[in-house]
Design a protein around this ligand. Structure first.
Ligand code: ZN
Length: 151
């Protein structure tokens, strides 16, 4: 797999120096997601403040192991969702999902995706798309569970 070298640097930087890593209290829900095709794992906690789509993502903490793409993507994801409302964070998640499903055809929006644009090239490699999505899907699952529990 060959990625643009600047993008490669961003991914390796997040892999070596992950942001917001480590499981923290307090939290509302914890989930564990695995990507069996690659062996990646992530345990992720979310803490929301408020209810519904206007709730604020106060914290997202995680532990994980696996390939550099899965772990770096989880790190980038925490930067993009913490401090946002659930509604805004879901918009970013959908934008990233769209990019990952584009098979290399989408033009990533750097304003929205920031460091996550580095994964654009990964979308050309179907086997690795699940690696890049692992942390995001875990976050979405955990957040949905918290919101369901509030009803
Ligand atoms: Zn992987």
């Amino acid at each position: 797999m060959k990625l643009d070298s600047m993008y490669q640097e961003i991914i390796l930087d997040h892999y070596r120096n992950p942001h917001h890593k480590g499981l923290r209290d307090p939290f509302d829900t914890e989930v564990h997601h695995v990507n069996p095709t690659c062996g990646d794992e992530v345990t992720l906690r979310v803490k929301l403040d408020g209810t519904g789509a206007d709730a604020k993502v106060v914290d997202v903490s995680y532990e994980g192991q696996g390939c550099s793409i899965s772990q770096a993507s989880a790190s980038v994801m925490t930067d993009l969702v913490i401090g946002r409302t659930v509604a805004d964070a879901l918009k970013v998640q959908e934008e990233f999902l769209h990019l990952m499903q584009s098979k290399g055809q989408a033009e990533p929006d750097e304003e929205v995706l920031e460091d996550a644009v580095a994964f654009a090239g990964v979308s050309k490699f179907p086997a690795r798309v699940k690696c890049a999505l692992l942390g995001w899907m875990a976050w979405r699952d955990a957040t949905t569970q918290v919101m369901e529990g509030q009803k």
